[in-house]
Design a protein. Structure first.
Length: 493
């Protein structure tokens, strides 16, 4: 991402003015679309509501912009500037990371069909421009976003997905496409005996899983194991969704059903809450899907006992307002946990992208004395050694898997890329017990993090804690190479 001082781009004032006028002109249309379709009572009805509102808004925008033509928003001067910026990005030192990020977005299994074409005022099924490239482009209001279709750069309405303007041939080369995922080995589902969490009094228990929204057999198998764990007296209150919640170009009501409501029906029926963060494949409209509990915001926080959870939008890691907001979310004693899609430490395909996002976000996490971070994006499980006092978990293999993609780095404490997986976490006072489980039902990793040195001393004497750690070690005995269950102390002062 560009680190040069910000200077006014050629054509920027006119471009900004045009966008602001568009935002003002559509404010009434957004309000009308929201008011015209009443809120649903069930998750399925709520998915239908989003679909209907989006269709109504799309039609209203189309009617309002009936005479629109290419270049109405992108000015001639602005187009020339954007092309120069993109040329420089693709020939600069970050070009490899940009190509990797574009390939990740450009998934043919998601973006296909009649909507996969360039046409103004029509809903477009096209990938969003990845954050590390969008940061070099002129900033946009939250109602508008950059997408790409082939070599064309598209300006789209974030809520309705309508194409508002485009620049043909803006990208200097055709973006690579995501290769087809290899077929995974079939997994036999059977009655399983799980490592039970400690279940200490007044503890906070939750699951964490990322990159879920495929609607495939792999997602359903993980969901089945998750429910099996839950139903064997291993209940948890909520699930953190770590982004890429729907791999769907237009995110229709049917997509919500196939990729969320149906796979997790048993958990939803059991009134388990889901708390979502946005991934690079997610549309902005997900913030209004009630079962994701985002409160209409791309970043938000909530509290459970002595734990503050903060969801960030890592699609916009340079967002100044988000970073200022983060500074106001933590106060007093207790655990400080962040969850967002893109990992800051990764040993996989997105390692270079992680380093770039780390440069933008890590200092804010350290400054706010964050204890633990959960992320997805990489389709495997990885736990890092504490970095500047922060414990990082990557857990993006709940539906997709990159076999053999994990290449341990100096910061890697443990990783596993041989099967789909998810995490279970329990926080009891100043102890955080964690367990990663594979779709086979076996324990992949487990351990405890102590928030303070005092709690570490107490944990060493606690019968329940030490018994669980021995059971943790036994549960992982099937692994050919396994470290002892991790017992680490948070580095926060």
């Amino acid at each position: 991402m560009s680190k040069e001082p910000t200077v006014p781009a050629p054509g920027a004032p006119e471009f900004t003015a045009q966008l602001q006028k568009y935002v003002e002109d559509t404010k009434r249309l957004r309000s009308q679309a929201k008011g015209a379709v009443s809120e649903g009572q069930t998750p399925t009805e709520q998915a239908d509501v989003l679909d209907k509102r989006r269709a109504m808004l799309s039609q209203s925008i189309c009617d309002m912009r009936a005479g629109a033509k290419p270049g109405d928003l992108f000015t001639t001067t602005g187009i020339e500037h954007i092309k120069r910026v993109l040329d420089a990005a693709f020939s600069g030192p970050g070009a490899a990371a940009i190509r990797d990020a574009l390939e990740e977005q450009n998934d043919p299994s998601m973006y296909k069909g009649k909507s996969h074409k360039l046409a103004l005022n029509e809903r477009i099924s096209a990938p969003s421009v990845p954050a590390l490239l969008a940061a070099d482009l002129p900033p946009l209001p939250k109602e508008v976003e950059y997408r790409f279709l082939g070599r064309a750069l598209v300006l789209a309405d974030a809520e309705s997905t309508c194409a508002l303007d485009y620049i043909e041939g803006a990208l200097p080369e055709s973006p690579p496409k995501t290769p087809p995922a290899p077929a995974g080995a079939p997994t036999t589902i059977k009655t399983l005996s799980f490592l039970r969490m400690p279940r200490k009094d007044r503890s906070v228990r939750f699951a964490a899983l990322g990159d879920t929204g495929t609607g495939t057999l792999a997602q359903r198998k993980v969901a089945e194991i998750l429910w099996s764990f839950y139903s064997q007296d291993n209940r948890f209150k909520f699930v953190l969704l770590l982004g890429d919640n729907l791999y769907a170009g237009l995110e229709s009501a049917q997509d919500y059903r196939n990729e969320f409501l149906d796979p997790y029906k048993q958990l939803l029926d059991a009134r388990v809450q889901f708390r979502a963060a946005l991934g690079n494949h997610d549309l902005a409209g997900q913030v209004d899907f009630a079962p994701f509990n985002m409160g209409g915001k791309p970043y938000y926080s909530f509290h459970e006992r002595n734990v503050t959870f903060v969801a960030l939008n890592s699609n916009a890691p340079a967002d100044v307002e988000q970073r200022k907001w983060l500074d106001r979310q933590f106060s007093g004693d207790g655990w400080r946990i962040c969850f967002f899609h893109h990992p800051l430490y990764s040993s996989g395909t997105h390692a270079q992208e992680s380093r770039q996002i780390r440069d933008l976000l890590e200092k804010d996490l350290v400054k706010n004395h964050v204890d633990v971070v959960f992320s997805g994006h990489e389709h495997f499980y990885e736990r890092s050694k504490p970095q500047q006092g922060i414990h990082y978990f990557v857990n993006g293999g709940a539906a997709k898997l990159r076999l053999g993609d994990l290449h341990p780095q100096a910061f890697t404490d443990f990783g596993y890329d041989a099967e789909n997986s998810f995490m279970i976490v329990e926080i009891a006072q100043d102890e955080m017990f964690y367990q990663a489980l594979g779709v086979s039902g076996r324990t992949i990793d487990c351990g405890v993090i102590y928030r303070t040195p005092e709690s570490s001393s107490q944990g060493a004497k606690d019968t329940v804690t030490q018994t669980w750690l021995r059971e943790c070690d036994d549960a992982r005995s099937w692994l050919p190479k396994r470290p002892q269950p991790a017992q680490r102390v948070s580095g926060r002062p």
